[in-house]
Design a protein around this ligand. Structure first.
Ligand code: UDP
Length: 371
């Protein structure tokens, strides 16, 4: 085991550790390192099996509570995954979405700047905004960020996330890394509406729910938008590559001057600090209509039924489906050059594998009703 991961004196704080990415990160930290975890969330159902782990301490709280924020920032590495990220809420509850994605994380940012913690903040690929069908690769430090009008409330989430990124980048004494996830998918993603959540989850959970219920998949505005779907397990590998690259900061990460030797010129050139990283898989780009097609086929195979017995997808307008204020990004293709260059990381899992793994999990987890 890498010397950093073998060090049982390290504690990483994971904010949102009961969520989709958080639960996988928690499992991976416990399996791949000797670290301890301080986990914060409001909901722990995904991590029940970890609640009594002696290397973990959990707290039921959110970032709206100032004393919690100060407590979190005492740890040398803070991964902030907490966010409201349910698209249907961006229209209906914009103020709440903005508070959750700007006000609360900004308080954590301030606390980390004061304590000297390394903040790994999860932003979103939605900061690239209202991309068009012919947008090219989205490059972290080059691509223009263009949002829709203020009446298109869809952009409340992206605006708040981007403001947090700018706040982070503007602070002189903060050690930070920003992560922009490109449509992470896998087990435990989102929820099944009416079972363990309300509103409209993101497309993969939504299509999976419709398949399990025997309902038609809804293609918003014809399903012409493209996304690059990324395995959550690749995303976790990215974080480990980031932790390793952060060894140049071990003196403060681990709180020991002895590790200052890790700060070599060679590593400094590849610093993961003060950087925003796309985390995505450009090889997995497909349209939402193609996604529907693939998911119907995989579901038919899992269930051992003819494809024709599964309802055909139906087209629906975005406003009819999500309500007034819906708008969309038509293409989201990540440049992953920076993560490859600075961290040696590249997502590996092909789209068919990602979808099969996610849908198989969904079917097992939420049941297999006859229809
Ligand atoms: N979408 C769809 N049907 C659904 C849910 C989403 O056609 O049931 C579309 C949505 O309009 C968007 C794409 O799928 O074009 C991805 O949406 P998602 O909510 O997963 O998140 P986004 O990538 O837009 O942040």
């Amino acid at each position: 085991m890498n010397i950093l991961f073998n060090d049982s004196s390290v504690t990483v704080a994971i904010v949102g550790c009961g969520g989709f990415v958080g639960c996988h990160l928690l499992d991976a930290v416990l399996a791949r390192t000797k670290w301890h975890v301080f986990g914060v969330d409001l909901d722990f159902y995904r991590i029940q099996h970890r609640l009594n782990d002696e290397r973990c301490e959990f707290m039921v709280a959110d970032l709206a509570d100032k004393s919690v924020v100060e407590r979190i920032a005492k740890y040398p590495v803070v991964v902030n995954l907490a966010a409201i990220c349910t698209p249907s809420r961006y229209m209906a509850e914009a103020p709440e979405v903005i508070r959750s994605n700007y006000d609360h994380p900004a308080a954590l940012v301030d606390a980390c700047a004061k304590s000297g913690s390394w903040l790994i903040h999860f932003s979103t690929s939605e900061v690239y905004g209202r991309t068009s069908a012919d947008s090219g690769l989205l490059v972290e430090d080059e691509t223009e960020l263009t949002f829709g009008p203020v009446t298109a409330s869809r952009w409340s989430y992206a605006t708040a996330k981007l403001l947090t990124e700018r706040y982070i980048a503007g602070l002189k004494n903060l050690k930070w890394t920003v992560v922009r996830p490109f449509n992470f998918v896998g087990p435990y993603m989102d929820f099944m509406p009416g079972v363990d959540g309300s509103g409209i989850p993101r497309v993969l959970a939504n299509f999976s729910s419709a398949l399990v219920r025997g309902e038609p998949l809804k293609l918003v505005n014809g399903g012409v938008a493209k996304r690059s779907f990324t395995s959550v397990f690749d995303a976790i590998d990215f974080l480990f590559a980031l932790f390793e690259a952060g060894q140049m900061g071990r003196a403060s990460v681990l709180g020991t001057a002895a590790h200052a030797a890790c700060v070599t010129e060679c590593v400094a050139e590849k610093s993961p600090f003060s950087q925003a990283f796309n985390v995505g898989n450009p090889d997995n780009e497909i349209t939402i209509a193609e996604l529907a097609c693939k998911m119907r086929e995989i579901f038919a195979e899992i269930k051992g039924i003819p494809l024709e017995s599964i309802p055909e997808p139906e087209k629906i307008s975005g406003v009819e489906y999500y309500g007034k204020g819906y708008d969309d990004s038509l293409r989201r293709l990540p440049s992953v050059e920076k993560a490859e260059r600075l961290l040696g990381f590249k997502a590996q899992t092909p789209i068919d594998v990602v979808l099969r793994e996610s849908l198989t999990w969904f079917v097992m987890h939420y049941g297999f009703p006859n229809h």
